[in-house]
Design a protein around this ligand. Structure first.
Ligand SMILES: Cc1cc2nc3c(=O)[nH]c(=O)nc-3n(C[C@H](O)[C@H](O)[C@H](O)COP(=O)(O)O)c2cc1C
Length: 335
């Protein structure tokens, strides 16, 4: 297997938002060293190969996005034997690694003992990680992603140790409990506590929206590996800007004119790969994030928000791609 260079910026798994389409587009922009897929839920069955390749089509491309960025596939489940069996099948399909989800806050997942609910019992983390580690070839990286706890963070260190003792080679910490959901802040200082007790690389995650956030997160957590999620969806240039900053260089960021062709490509892939009824929603979902940063995306969002016919969206995008770029002032007026 090809050795991966040391990663600095990882793209977060985000079920229902950051699927293979957006991974493809965001990794084309650059500044992302590795991705993790959205979770594949394991209950009590050995899933057929087609489920893994549907969620992670990069498995057909050597476990990489078209831009060549490695993708680890994420599994979510609490039964060690079933997780092991599915991990072995997944490993045979050649992902860039297998990641284990110990952070999902969804009620339906937690009711069945998966995701963040496992943080209440560190021993269960150990059992799943060690079973998966034993089931997949030694060269296949196995990593994990955890929150700080379920209702509080009192067992965060025990959880991290259980994951490391189970044989995970890397740990991403989303620095909030399940109870804290997605409410700011993220408690990056707790990641430093975790780093102090485990001997595997730790990746810091949560509330990194800007280069300044990334800088502070690195300082507070002591991590030089960061994972970015919503920040990259809002600002596809964030990974590049963070990497430039780590090298001590400035980065101007990604402009809307350079992003618009990628939005058009995103739309093209959505139209070829997703069913017609969900196509418009997917474009609007991304624009809804992009408009937090780009006034032009706000204008696009306002123009398209009531449109669901893909043909009308095609026309709108074709016109936008060929129109002379309006000034921000004009856009603000028109919005
Ligand atoms: C819509 C959405 C879906 C998510 N899906 C997953 C997932 O499938 N697996 C996972 O480990 N984390 C998932 N997360 C958590 C993110 O990976 C990440 O930990 C969280 O968003 C904090 O990082 P950020 O502030 O950079 O976005 C999800 C988050 C969001 C907002």
């Amino acid at each position: 297997m090809q050795m991966e260079p040391r990663a600095t910026v990882l793209l977060a798994p985000m079920e229902g938002l950051l699927d293979f389409v957006l991974r493809d587009i965001l990794t084309r922009v650059g500044g992302i060293d590795r991705c993790v897929s959205e979770f594949i839920r394991i209950t009590d069955q050995l899933l057929p190969e087609r489920v893994f390749t549907r969620i992670v089509p990069e498995l057909h491309n050597g476990g990489r996005t078209f831009a060549g960025v490695p993708v680890r596939a994420q599994l979510l489940g609490s039964d060690p034997a079933c997780m092991a069996e599915n991990a072995a099948r997944l490993a045979s399909l050649g992902p860039a690694g297998i990641d284990l989800n110990f952070g999902c806050p969804a009620a339906v997942v937690n009711r069945h003992g998966g995701g963040a609910s496992m943080l209440r019992e560190p021993e269960s983390l150990f059992r799943v990680v060690s079973a998966v580690r034993r089931a997949v070839p030694a060269h296949m990286p196995v990593s994990a992603k955890m929150r700080l706890g379920y209702s509080d963070d009192s067992r965060a260190l025990e959880c991290a140790q259980a994951i490391a003792d189970g044989g995970a080679g890397e740990l991403v910490v989303h620095a909030r409990t399940k109870a804290q959901a997605y409410r700011p802040p993220a408690y990056w200082e707790r990641i430093a506590d975790i780093r102090a007790v485990v001997n595997i690389p730790v990746v810091a995650n949560g509330e990194i929206w800007t280069v300044e956030d990334a800088r502070r997160c690195r300082e507070v957590s002591g991590c030089d590996m960061l994972m970015i999620g919503r920040g990259a969806v809002v600002n596809p240039g964030l990974g590049m800007a963070i990497q430039a900053d780590m090298r001590g260089e400035a980065h101007a960021g990604v402009s809307w004119p350079s992003l618009l062709p990628l939005v058009a490509q995103f739309w093209h892939i959505v139209c070829t790969r997703l069913d017609r009824r969900s196509q418009a929603g997917r474009l609007k979902q991304w624009l809804n994030f992009l408009r937090r940063r780009f006034p032009e995306a706000e204008a696009a969002y306002q123009s398209l928000k009531t449109i669901n016919d893909p043909l009308l969206i095609d026309e709108w995008l074709a016109a936008a791609l060929h129109a002379p770029a309006p000034s921000s002032a004009e856009l603000l007026v028109s919005a």
